[in-house]
Design a binder for this molecule. Sequence first.
Ligand SMILES: Nc1ncnc2c1ncn2[C@@H]1O[C@H](COP(=O)(O)OP(=O)(O)OP(=O)(O)O)[C@@H](O)[C@H]1O
Ligand SMILES: [Mg+2]
Length: 425
Amino acid sequence: MVETIEDRRAPAAIDGGRRPVGTTKPVALREVSSAHANRLPVPIAEFDRVLGGGLVPGSLVLIGGDPGIGKSTLVLQTAAALARPETPVLYVSGEESAQQIKLRAERLGIDRDGLLVLPETDLDAMLGAADAAKPGLLIVDSIQTVADQDITSAAGSVSQVRECTARLIQWAKPRQVPVLVVGHVTKEGAIAGPRVLEHMVDAVLYLEGDRFHHYRILRAVKNRFGSTDEVGVFEMAEAGLREVRNPSEAFLEERTGAAAGSTVAVTMEGTRPILVEIQALTSTTAFGLPRRSANGLDTSRLQLLVAVLQKRVGLGLASQDVYANVVGGLKIAEPAVDLAVALTIASSLRERIVEPRTVAIGEIGLSGELRSVTQLERRIGEAKRLGFGRIVLPASRGQRFAGVADGVELVRAGTVGEAIEVALG
Ligand SMILES: Nc1ncnc2c1ncn2[C@@H]1O[C@H](COP(=O)(O)OP(=O)(O)OP(=O)(O)O)[C@@H](O)[C@H]1O
Ligand SMILES: [Mg+2]
C-alpha cells in the first residue's frame, strides 16, 4: 500500500516533539543495571526457550503466523500462565468480543484471577486502559485491527500499523512492561503492513505449521535478546497448544517402518535434533512431463536429488512421478536430509524396505558424493536415544564421536550409490 501525504493529519511524533538542548545526557554503560535479572519467565517452556529465557521488560515481541494457526490461542495461554491478581495481564483484542474470548478460554480450561480482557481497536483507549490497569504484560491481538485516530487511513494500513507499533513501543519502554503483539502474515510471508515493522520491534516470532497437521513450530526470525536458533514445538489440541518436549518421539509416533518408501532423517531445529520420517512415492508418469512434488521439502532440492539419482546412480526416474513428504507437517530446509530423501526414493522405486532401525544423515553433492553435515554428534546421539541402531552417514568424516556412537552401527558411505546399496541391501 502506498502511503500518501493525505494519510495523516498529524505527523508521527516518535519523541513527542522537539526538546530543549541539554535535557538529555549519556550514562556510563557499566552503571546501567542489567535487564537480564528482571526478565519475566514464561511458564510455557517451549515459548520461553524461543524468547531466549523470558520476556524482557519494556520489549515488544511480534507474533506472526498464518490465519487460524493458533496465535490467539498462544497469547491467551501465555496471558493465563502469567496473570496474577497483583500483576494482571491485559489482553486487548480487536478481533473478538469478550464473549468469544471467554468461549476460547473455557475450551482451553482457563480460569485465572488477574486476566483482564478488553475488546478495543482504538489505540488511545487501550493505552489509557492499560495505564489504569497497570498490567505486568500487555497483549494486543492483532496490530492490524488497531487504529490511531490521528491517522485517517483505515486500520491495517501501512501507516496505521507502523504508527500504532511505534506508539506501543513508546508506551512500553518507560513503563518497563513487555508487550506481545499479534500480527497477520500475508501470503508472501511478510507480516502484513510494512516490512519495517520487523525492524521496529525487539523480537519477531512466527508460529508455523500447516492447518491440516496438529504440530506447530514457534520460531524466532529476529530476537534482540536471544538466539534465533531455538524453536518451540507444540501440538494443537482441543484444549489448546500442548508443549511437545520430545519432538522426535512425536514425529515418529505413527511410523510402522514396514513399507517401502520411508526413511528416518535427523534434522536440526537450532540446537535441537529432531527425528522425522521422510516418505516418497514413485509412480509411472501417466502423460507428459514427470512430476516432482514435495511437501515439507524444497521442490527444487527434490528435483536436484532426482537428477543426481538418475545421472549418478542410474535410477530409472525419467518416466516416474516422484512425491516426497515430511511426515507431521514439519518444513525442512537443510540439506542434511538429502540422503534420507534419496534413500526413500530409491526404496520406493525398487520396492525395498529401508531397515526400520536405520537413520540416514548426509548432504548429497552434484557428483553424487556424500557430504558431511553440522552437529553430527548431536544427531547421532538423538538417533541412539530413540533406539535406532544403524546410522548411514558420509565417509568423509573420520572422527570417532567418543562415546556418543557406542552401541550404534555407523555405516559410512562415500557416495549416494554406495549408501543405497548398503541401506537397501
Ligand atoms: N474445538 C477445537 N478443537 C481443537 N482445535 C481447535 C478447536 N477450536 C479451534 N481449534 C484450533 O484453533 C485454531 C484457531 O486458533 P486461533 O484462533 O488461536 O488462531 P489465530 O492464529 O489467532 O487465528 P486468526 O488468524 O483467525 O486470528 C484452529 O485453526 C484450530 O486448529
Ligand atoms: Mg486470532
